[in-house]
Write a protein that binds this ligand. Structure first.
Ligand SMILES: [Zn+2]
Length: 418
């Protein structure tokens, strides 16, 4: 199976090379803005003018025919995805995570007036040269030192070069088409996503579910959120501004730390599935979670502000793919209000605890969620413990099946009825 992956490389241009990169990116942004202006004007007047032949003719002399074509194509893509969302909105089918849709923006910062510095190099217009452990990017007569691992090797796609104005660094994103092998195994794992436990999973045949706690992530996220709000109020008080470089850096730091922690957990979970010979992970679709209002204020605020289950699902899909494991999304209707052991709806829920009044089992709520997914979308389960073993997501942490169960929970209830 062919999949798309991205190599992120850092460019180390000399002063002279940097000047060339700057002007190339500047002019690419000018082209983007021109094409975008035409399309915005015609869009608001009633119908989009797709014709870009005059812009192409003008810019192929300045930035080269291939890059001019790539930039126009990139703008095409942005408009097409905007129109697609617009059609979904008109039908009332807009995905829940999309809160606001707007036409593609200009590549210009409204406050500073600076252009966004980015350009696209067509797949047949560049080469990456490796000599020993040194690497260079060769294009347009330039030979720029690059650093960073070439993680993915395969058929090379386009290369995007951009300047990061927060760090003052140049990066290149290379898209690569690689083939991954599919595991032939019919063995499945089931996963339930959440906030308190990021992933609760169960692998067919195992006696216990595993859970990866989201608490350290939450604590870290709040730490940075407080820093952000202090910085915001200071900015407002001192110079009446809404944003600054420091503030943007804090936002970025918060997002990166969170994503890194999530990625580590996902990697850990997928590696565990891989070591158990799993061929498919069945995941409950959690897009309804935003409407769920029975959580505390803090968690609610967080879910609305940043929590992106889509991000987690996409990462899970990609990471699993790398291990040859399929990911299947399933509806999660009512998985938390039915007892997975006896199918009774006569249940009580309190915080993280679940109690079935029919069969008497007391279980951890996330275990109930994941076992219900297994009941509905698999061959069922047998003799699984009602509480998960809690794993840490940190890199290098040993995976221990005998980690103490969550302290807030009553002692492990064994299922003797089944
Ligand atoms: Zn029951």
């Amino acid at each position: 199976m062919k999949v798309k992956r991205t190599n992120k490389l850092r460019l180390r241009p000399t002063k002279e090379q940097e000047k060339v990169l700057l002007s190339l990116c500047e002019m690419s942004a000018v082209l983007w803005n021109k094409v975008n202006y035409k399309r915005r004007q015609s869009f608001f007047a009633g119908s989009i003018n797709w014709d870009t032949s005059s812009e192409y003719e003008e810019f192929k002399r300045i930035i080269g025919a291939a890059t001019a074509q790539q930039m126009i194509r990139k703008n095409d893509e942005a408009w097409r995805s905007f129109l697609k969302l617009l059609r979904l909105k008109q039908k009332g089918k807009l995905p829940k995570h999309v809160r606001k849709i707007s036409p593609p923006r200009y590549w210009k910062d409204r406050l500073t007036g600076r252009r966004k510095l980015l350009t696209v190099i067509r797949n047949d217009c560049y080469r990456i040269v490796e000599v020993g452990n040194k690497k260079w990017l060769v294009f347009r007569g330039l030979r720029i030192r690059i650093t960073g691992d070439i993680r993915w090797r395969g058929k090379q796609g386009r290369l995007e070069i951009h300047y990061d104005d927060l760090t003052g660094r140049w990066y290149a994103l290379q898209s690569v088409e690689v083939s991954v092998n599919r595991a032939e195994s019919a063995k499945r794992a089931y996963a339930d996503l959440g906030v308190v436990n990021i992933i609760t999973g169960w692998v067919e045949g195992e006696r216990q579910c595993i859970a990866f706690s989201g608490k350290p992530l939450l604590a870290d996220w709040w730490y940075w959120t407080k820093k952000i709000s202090r910085c915001q109020s200071q900015l407002k008080r001192v110079n009446g501004r809404k944003t600054s470089e420091r503030l943007r850096k804090l936002y970025r730091k918060r997002r990166r730390r969170l994503r890194h922690a999530v990625n580590t957990i996902i990697h850990h979970f997928v590696r565990l599935c891989f070591s158990k010979g799993v061929g498919e992970v069945v995941v409950g679709d959690v897009s309804h979670i935003r409407e769920n209002n029975d959580k505390g204020n803090e968690i609610n605020a967080m879910i609305h502000n940043f929590w992106s289950f889509r991000y987690i699902i996409e990462r899970l899909r990609t990471t699993a793919e790398n291990f040859g494991i399929k990911v299947k999304l399933v509806r999660e209707n009512g998985t938390s209000s039915r007892c997975p052991w006896c199918s009774s709806k006569n249940v009580k829920k309190h915080k993280r605890l679940f109690k079935c009044l029919s069969c008497g089992i007391e279980a951890h709520r996330d275990v109930v969620g994941v076992l219900n997914i297994a009941r509905l979308h698999g061959d069922g389960f047998n003799g699984v413990l009602a509480h998960p073993s809690l794993l840490r997501g940190e890199e290098g942490a040993e995976v221990k099946a005998d980690v103490a169960p969550m302290s807030v929970m009553p002692s492990e209830a064994r299922i003797s009825r089944l």
